[in-house]
Ligand binder design. Structure first.
Ligand code: ARG
Length: 481
């Protein structure tokens, strides 16, 4: 394939190997629609401000519109230029002729690529927030369904205290809510128009960036051109949000993977998400969750890659920044596909109520609750801790679970034990009594569910205000010049 570099982009005497090395078209052609919108807005502004004749602006915008329509129909083969911006300009020239030469007035590819990227990240973060909030709602609904299942919580991967399955699910919903908040931050960071700062220092032509801002639905304009053309912070914020989502998904995945082992036995996977082994006929493997955990490496790697690309660059634009494309463009589909598979798979993880309950009993997990029952009777916590510790040891020697300890048995250990305190050993009671804010008690969990739902709905509302690329196209199509 013969790559071209037009004179417009700085001469044609380049070695073909160098052109092949430096091209980004294979990646940034994914930004074609963003690029067309940026150009449609720019030329509308140029026409309105009479930087170029309004009639030419109209011809150019119609030409861009025709490229959009052809691309949507899968009938646009971009010419082999060094990037999507040049490819669009060259193709436009082929279709409308001389007026195409007016389009690049008061613009550089430096502010153009920043615009494409911001439009892209704004849309991706907006869609990400909506998807994450949908997932949070699903987790809240599942928490209601599984509210009467009690399982051990873990510290140091040792059984710790009994909790409701609702509480376990909402612990992850809380983490995913923070991810939705981080996405929203990245959305706000990207929602700022760079176009109009030119190559680095603005333009002497009489442009009005606020017109372009309004046409592209950005909330604000970047303040300083030198900063603008070298700034990829909004993209880092997005990749950070995605990387952190994956960290959370990987932890949830490990819980699920552990829970489905025969060692835990807390959960089983339905057949439609479990994979077999090519050798061992008995296997029902949790590959989906292992893959979610495995893909975390790629998400974190993409963030690291972008951070390293920007590290140590001198101020202003540097071509190094073109290397933002690979990590950024890989991340969107990686995130979207992984979240949607997680949303499919999690409802197919069925908790085994009896086995969860048995693990609570076997693990002496109600020990702290018993100590707190003694505290309620006036015993200092440290003394209660020792008394319950002795009871646990006696139970272990006698091969009893804590709830199998009778009042008479407990009284031999400490005279403070009585039927009322021993009632704390019932796992349902143990859970129900933890009504402190943030605790696993049912009213506390109910409060958490409500808080998560309302926070998610506020974030979703903001994200839904992001105009789609399609909506921007229709707005630009009819915007007066
Ligand atoms: N393909 C370039 C990029 O993605 C466009 C900007 C090029 N600017 C330049 N001065 N060569 O970063």
């Amino acid at each position: 394939m013969a790559l071209a570099k037009t004179d417009a982009a700085g001469g044609s005497g380049l070695l073909p190997e160098v052109l092949r090395f430096s091209t980004s078209l294979h990646l940034d052609e994914q930004l074609l629609f963003e690029d067309l919108l940026g150009s449609m807005a720019h030329v509308t502004m140029l026409g309105r401000k009479q930087v170029i004749p309004a009639a030419d602006a109209k011809v150019i915008r119609d030409g861009l519109k025709a490229l959009w329509t052809r691309a949507k129909a899968g009938q646009l083969q971009l010419p082999d230029e060094e990037d999507v911006h040049m490819a669009v300009e060259v193709e436009l020239g082929r279709t409308i002729g001389a007026p195409a030469a007016l389009l690049h007035s008061a613009r550089s590819r430096n502010d153009q690529v920043a615009t494409d990227l911001r439009l892209h990240v704004r849309q991706a973060t907006g869609q990400g927030v909506v998807a994450l909030c949908g997932f949070i709602d699903e987790l809240v609904a599942r928490a209601k369904q599984d509210a009467d299942i009690i399982l051990p919580s873990y510290t140091h991967r040792q059984r710790a205290q009994p909790v409701s399955a609702a509480y376990w699910l909402l612990s992850y919903a809380s983490a995913f809510l923070r991810d939705a908040q981080t996405f929203t931050f990245a959305l706000e960071q990207s929602d700022v128009l760079p176009l109009g700062v030119g190559a680095i220092s603005g333009t002497s032509l009489d442009i009005d960036r606020s017109i372009t801002r309004e046409l592209l639905g950005f909330s604000a304009m970047t303040l300083n051109g030198m900063d603008t053309v070298g700034d990829r912070d909004f993209a880092m914020d997005y990749l950070y949000g995605v990387a952190r989502f994956f960290l959370h998904a990987s932890r949830l995945s490990t819980d699920v993977i552990d829970f489905t082992t025969s060692e835990f036995g807390f959960a089983t996977l339905t057949d439609d998400i479990s994979m077999g082994s090519s050798m061992m006929p008995q296997k029902k493997n949790p590959d989906v969750f292992e893959l979610l955990r495995g893909k975390t490496g790629r998400a974190v790697g993409n963030l690291m890659g972008l951070l390293m690309t920007v590290k140590g660059l001198p101020g202003g634009y540097n071509r190094d920044l073109q290397e933002d494309r690979a990590p950024l463009l890989e991340t969107g589909p990686l995130f979207a596909q992984s979240l949607s598979v997680l949303r499919l798979a999690l409802p197919r993880v069925k908790l085994n109520k009896e086995r969860c309950r048995a693990a609570v009993e076997e693990g002496f997990t109600q020990a702290t609750d018993l100590a707190e029952a003694l505290v309620k009777k006036g015993m200092p916590f440290r003394k209660a801790y020792q008394a319950v510790g002795s009871l646990v040891r006696r139970c272990q020697e006698a091969k009893l679970t804590l709830s199998q300890a009778t009042e008479a048995f407990a009284l031999q250990v400490d005279p403070a034990f009585d039927a009322a305190t021993l009632a704390a050993l019932d796992a349902t009671n143990a859970v129900a009594r933890k009504q402190s804010f943030g605790g696993t008690g049912p009213q506390s969990v109910q409060r958490q569910a409500e808080a998560l739902t309302s926070a998610a709905s506020i974030l979703r509302h903001r994200a839904e205000k992001v105009p789609t690329l399609e909506a921007l196209f229709h707005k630009l199509d009819v915007a007066p010049i």
